[in-house]
Design a protein around this ligand. Structure first.
Ligand code: GLA
Length: 337
């Protein structure tokens, strides 16, 4: 019967199924999360600007709320994220005079941040996205220019992994990125991971964000990437899965892309896409431990504002009224056979 079906139970012997939640949705979407998911990722609440807004001032209120919610329900928590070029306050990189801070100071701040945040959730947060999106999308080179890289050089990534491992030796440590199946970027990410592993850095897994759309990228491309990543011997987490019903649009074209209706045709395409994706994950379930969706239901999704501001999207398995969509049933039927 519909009300007895549970996504996490259906996939229990394959991998955890997770959702990104926030301080609001752990209340407004608590029923769905409790029934269908056994892993949560704080959407923004553990990012530097939220949890450590000014030097030495930590704000754990919202992150704690999510962690306690998860603990009460016996859920896994994915910590997200320690080092990123976005949502990091400017003070981290500046001295008292507002000038670029010396490397020693930035490094001391990184150390303090990781010790405090990872230390607080030791034994409760099962894994961390230690470094998010450090690889460039295109062009020459491999690492993204960022304030982290300017301040600390390329080795900031390895440093962050070592610090996280010190702060919680039992947490699994991940490198997380987007466009991770696109062959050029995939190869750069692989190069970074190989470099870290060669140096003996404590990297345990790779997070594949998987913000995808109905037709793109093709499953074959995604599978080729999964095969390459798993061949490194790392664990795989699908960390931010959602399926936009719109094709990707580049920035200058965005204003010309209005909302389309969510009709049966779109619902069917979305269902077929989700079925193909979960079939792919099942084929690699011996390497994949966690499949997390970036949100719970279509009434609260970042896709409504990205890449086109104010354009309604329907990227998740539950609709705006929190009812399971056709895509949900296909994902369930797939595993039940
Ligand atoms: C990236 C980040 C996430 C989130 C999404 C958009 O993928 O890793 O934390 O910000 O963008 O919501």
């Amino acid at each position: 019967m519909a009300h007895e079906t549970s996504l996490r139970a259906a996939y229990e012997s394959h991998f955890r199924v997770g959702a990104a939640v926030n301080a609001a949705t752990v209340r407004t979407h608590a029923d769905i999360v409790a029934r269908h998911f056994n892993s949560v990722t704080p959407e923004n609440e553990m990012k530097w600007e939220r949890i450590h807004p000014s030097e030495g001032q930590y704000d754990f209120v919202s992150a704690d709320q999510i962690v306690l919610f998860a603990r009460d329900l016996g859920m896994f928590v994915r910590g997200h994220t320690l080092v990123w070029h976005n949502q990091t306050p400017a003070w981290v990189f500046l001295d008292d005079l507002g000038q670029p801070a010396p490397a020693k100071l930035v490094e001391a701040r990184l150390e303090a941040h990781i010790a405090e945040v990872v230390g607080r959730y030791r034994g409760v947060v099962g894994c961390w996205d230690v470094v998010n999106e450090a690889v460039i999308d295109q062009g020459d080179g491999w690492l993204r220019p960022s304030r982290w890289r300017t301040a600390l050089g390329d080795e900031y990534i390895e440093k962050a992994f070592r610090l996280a491992h010190q702060a919680d030796p039992s947490a699994l440590l991940f490198y997380n990125d987007y466009n991770e199946t696109q062959p050029d970027k995939r190869d750069r990410i692989l190069r970074l991971l190989e470099h870290l592993l060669d140096r003996g850095a404590p990297v345990h897994g790779v997070g594949l964000q998987m913000h995808v759309s109905l037709d793109d990228p093709p499953v074959e491309q995604m599978e080729a990437a999964i095969e390459r990543y798993r061949a490194l011997g790392l664990r795989l987490h699908i960390t931010e899965l959602d399926v936009s019903v719109y094709p990707w649009v580049h920035e200058p074209d965005r204003p010309q892309h209005p909302t389309r209706p969510y009709d049966e045709e779109v619902a069917e395409k979305l269902a077929a896409r989700y079925e193909a994706l979960f079939a792919l994950f099942l084929r690699h379930a011996d390497a994949i431990d966690n499949v997390t969706l970036w949100g719970v239901a279509d009434d609260a999704t970042w896709r409504d504002d990205f890449p086109v501001k104010g354009r309604k999207d329907w990227p998740l398995l539950f609709d705006v009224e929190h009812r399971p969509k056709e895509a949900f049933w296909r994902v369930i039927r797939l595993v039940r056979g």
